[in-house]
Design a protein around this ligand. Structure first.
Ligand code: ZN
Ligand code: ZN
Length: 261
């Protein structure tokens, strides 16, 4: 039986994290069976670099977004226009990551909400999936998503960190739910309950590298090759075989992001 095709649907391979090692990181990913990677932007500059990287290799796609931590960089009218032009470009497959982060609160919440609403409207207009980041802001995030046409865009709740009830709210809106290395952490019982609950047609897996390495490699810098640890735990929690779950997830990622698998 051929080796399952793995995907990493959320990676930050920016040189600011990996320097000149990106080539080695991509090689190790291929050797580990990772056939597709979504390179995620967090501001205008990193979105441009994600697109350049995606164009340089096979099995790579890029999204353009402004992270809630960087919300203020989007709110000046000239910056808003420039970002909308950039993100509307034909190379990008989604809008994000974007959302709300009331845990770190690096940007004022009012600014986060404005920057998020703007990106939801953009994604709805472009009919491109949203990559959502949400920490301790679920009610506000859903309110903006619903008010600004988020259902027209669809997308994914990345690095899902809540339980089955919240997963149901995401699924009710037609969104996918993506699990990261946090699934493997000892205290993540609620996340594991959500992982058992989400139907296979709506599930994704990611590293969110260089952050959040899965438990077996928790002391290392995370990278796409490590996505298999999270996939293996996901399969175990769900009582499924790794190859069939990997294929289902690869199909979901290909449909949502147009990953060339
Ligand atoms: Zn995030
Ligand atoms: Zn991220």
């Amino acid at each position: 039986m051929p080796r399952p095709r793995l995907v990493d649907t959320h990676a930050h391979l920016d040189p600011s994290f990996f320097g000149a090692e990106v080539g080695d990181v991509l090689r190790r990913a291929r050797e580990a069976g990772v056939a597709g990677i979504v390179c995620v932007g967090t501001d205008a500059g990193s979105s441009e670099r994600a697109l350049a990287l995606a164009r340089s290799g096979t099995g790579l796609v890029a999204t353009a977004g402004v992270h809630p931590h960087d919300a203020r960089s989007l709110l000046d009218p000239a910056a808003t226009r420039a970002f909308e032009v950039l993100a509307s470009g034909p190379g990008f497959v989604g809008v994000g990551e974007t959302g709300l982060d009331y845990f770190k609160d690096y940007a004022p919440r009012q600014d986060q909400r404005r920057a998020f609403a703007l990106q939801v409207r953009l994604a709805a207009r472009l009919r491109r999936p949203l990559v959502l980041h949400c920490r301790e802001a679920f009610r506000d995030l859903l309110e903006i998503l619903d008010a600004e046409g988020g259902r027209e865009a669809g997308g994914v709740f990345h690095c899902f960190s809540m339980g089955p009830e919240e997963a149901r709210e995401a699924l009710d809106r037609g969104f996918h739910v993506s699990f990261s290395g946090t699934l493997t952490y000892p205290k993540s019982d609620a996340i594991r309950a959500a992982a058992r609950f989400v139907p296979a047609a709506s599930i994704l897996v990611e590293t969110d590298c260089p952050f959040l390495p899965p438990q077996p490699v928790r002391k290392e810098r995370n990278e796409p090759a490590f996505v298999r640890h999270t996939l293996e735990r996901l399969a175990a929690e769900r009582g499924e075989e790794v190859p069939s779950l990997a294929e289902a997830i690869a199909g979901n990622a290909a449909r949502l992001f147009g990953l060339p698998l």
